[in-house]
Design a binder for this molecule. Sequence first.
Ligand SMILES: Nc1ncnc2c1ncn2[C@@H]1O[C@H](COP(=O)(O)OP(=O)(O)OP(=O)(O)O)[C@@H](O)[C@H]1O
Ligand SMILES: [Mg+2]
Length: 169
Amino acid sequence: MMCGITGTPGTGKTKVADELARRGNTVVHLITTIGPYVTGIDERRDTQIIDVDRWSAGFRKIDGFVEGHIAHLLPCDRIVVLRCRPDELRRRLQLRKYRKEKIDENAEAEALDVCLIETVERFDPSQILELDTTSQDASHCATLIDLFAKGEIPSAFGTIDWSGYLGAS
Ligand SMILES: Nc1ncnc2c1ncn2[C@@H]1O[C@H](COP(=O)(O)OP(=O)(O)OP(=O)(O)O)[C@@H](O)[C@H]1O
Ligand SMILES: [Mg+2]
């Protein structure tokens, strides 16, 4: 059973995955797997360009959790989309010293449900859990994700609406 953990940068994927690893689960941080598939740098957006088709095709499935903002591009059995209210996401990214343009870009992507939409396009509704991390700590989120991966809590998504935060900064 491979369970993906995706979401906008700052939603808490790595923190929750570290907690799942601490509890004895196998966890792959996808950032560590992209090296051979980087084809260039997008200077304007300050991000690496990855050949995701080749990366995804070459990925050997694991029994455990895969975390990263491209986890939903892998053939996961279940997929969790972490969410964070855009004003709180901005706060988290400011603490990480992100540039203003990066903060704006990510807060906007979160308000527009980009990761959720990309996930809904690729998976059956029964495979998807959307989880709001705004005011739930990583330990509690890890417990819910673990239960979802085991099929002990049902899929759920589509109740979050952060369109009111669009254009805010
Ligand atoms: N559930 C949570 N509640 C409050 N703060 C959190 C929570 N999860 C993560 N954080 C904090 O938010 C910040 C970002 O967390 P983290 O690095 O796990 O995000 P990420 O989704 O892995 O981001 P990236 O895509 O850039 O790797 C960290 O400072 C972390 O401590
Ligand atoms: Mg991370």
